[in-house]
Design a binder for this molecule. Structure first.
Ligand code: IPE
Ligand code: IPE
Ligand code: MG
Length: 242
C-alpha cells in the first residue's frame, strides 16, 4: 500500500507495534536468532521514517518485555547491547528529524546502568523535538506499568474514592501519551503479550504474518488501511444506528 492510497482525514494519531518474529526469520535462513534481531533494525528505521512521512504523531515499539528476561542469557545480553548500539548510532539522525524519543518501562536493577545512561542522554537530546514521539517500550510490561501506577497513587495518599480512570492514566509511564488507535503485531501471533494493557483497551488490533525483519513502511500503511476500514464503536452503536 502506498501512502497516497490512505485517507488523510482519518489517520491514527498513535500507532503501537509489537515487533515480533525475529527469531523465526533467522531460523528460516539457518542463522542464529540474534541475526534476526540485528535485521530488525532496518525494519524499525524504515517504519519510523514512513510513520513520520504519514504524519503519525506517536509511534510506540515493543523492544523488550519484562518477560523477555526469561530468554537465554546470551540472547538477553545481545538484546541489551543491540538496543544500546541502536541508540548510539541512530539518535543523531532521529534528532535531526525533529523526533522526540521516549522510554516506557521499568528502570530496575536488571537493566545495565550503561543503558540507562544512554536512555537519559537520548531523552535529553531530543526533549524539545516536536514532529513526532517515538517511544521504546523497553523492560516494559503492561502489568508492571499498572503496578507502578498503583504504587505511585498509594504513595501520594489519595483516598480510595478519588481513584478513577483519569488518575490511573495520569500515573502511567507517559501521562501525555494518547491511547493508540491502532496496535499492529507482526509474525502471525495473535496475542497481546502484556503490551499497553490499559492504553489499548479500545484499540484496533491488526495482526500480520510478516516477520518483523521483513516489515517496511508499506506494511505499516497496509495496517493503517485496515484500521481505516474498521468501525470503532466504543461500546456504543454504529453512527447510522444511533
Ligand atoms: C521479537 O522477536 C523480538 C523480541 C522479543 C525482543 P522474537 O525474538 O520474539 O522472535 P520469535 O517470536 O522467536 O520468532
Ligand atoms: C513480545 O514478543 C515482546 C516483544 C516483541 C519485545 P514475545 O515474542 O516476547 O512474546 P510471546 O512470548 O510470543 O508472547
Ligand atoms: Mg516472539
Amino acid at each position: 500500500m502506498e501512502l497516497s492510497e490512505l485517507d488523510p482525514t482519518y489517520m491514527p494519531r498513535h500507532v503501537a507495534l509489537v515487533m515480533d518474529g525475529n527469531g523465526r526469520w533467522a531460523q528460516q535462513r539457518g542463522l542464529p536468532r540474534t541475526d534476526g534481531h540485528a535485521a530488525g533494525e532496518e525494519a524499525l528505521m524504515d517504519t519510523i521514517w514512513g510513520a513520520q512521512e504519514a504524519g503519525i504523531r506517536w509511534l510506540t515499539v515493543y523492544a523488550f518485555s519484562t518477560e523477555n528476561w526469561k530468554r537465554p542469557l546470551d540472547e538477553v545480553r545481545f538484546l541489551m547491547n543491540f538496543n544500546e548500539r541502536l541508540l548510539l548510532t541512530r539518535r543523531d539522525e532521529i534528532h535531526a528529524r525533529n523526533i522526540k524519543m521516549q522510554f516506557l518501562g521499568r528502570r530496575d536493577w536488571r537493566v545495565p546502568r550503561r543503558i540507562l545512561k544512554r536512555i537519559d542522554e537520548t531523552l535529553e537530546l531530543t526533549k524539545n523535538n516536536d514532529s513526532m514521539t517515538v517511544s521504546m517500550a523497553f523492560n516494559y510490561g503492561g502489568r508492571a506499568e499498572l503496578v507502578d501506577a498503583v504504587r505511585r497513587i498509594v504513595d501520594s495518599g489519595v483516598p480510595a474514592n478519588k481513584v478513577n480512570e483519569k488518575l490511573i492514566s495520569a500515573n502511567l509511564y507517559d501521562p501525555t501519551m494518547p491511547d493508540p488507535e491502532l496496535v499492529v503485531r507482526t509474525s502471525g501471533e495473535i496475542r497481546t503479550s502484556n503490551y499497553l494493557m490499559w492504553e489499548s483497551a479500545y484499540s484496533e488490533w491488526v495482526f500480520t504474518d510478516v516477520l518483523w525483519p521483513d516489515f517496511r513502511r508499506e506494511h505499516l500503511y497496509d495496517s493503517i488501511r485496515e484500521y481505516q476500514q474498521r468501525e470503532r464503536r466504543f461500546g456504543g452503536l454504529a453512527a447510522e444506528d444511533a
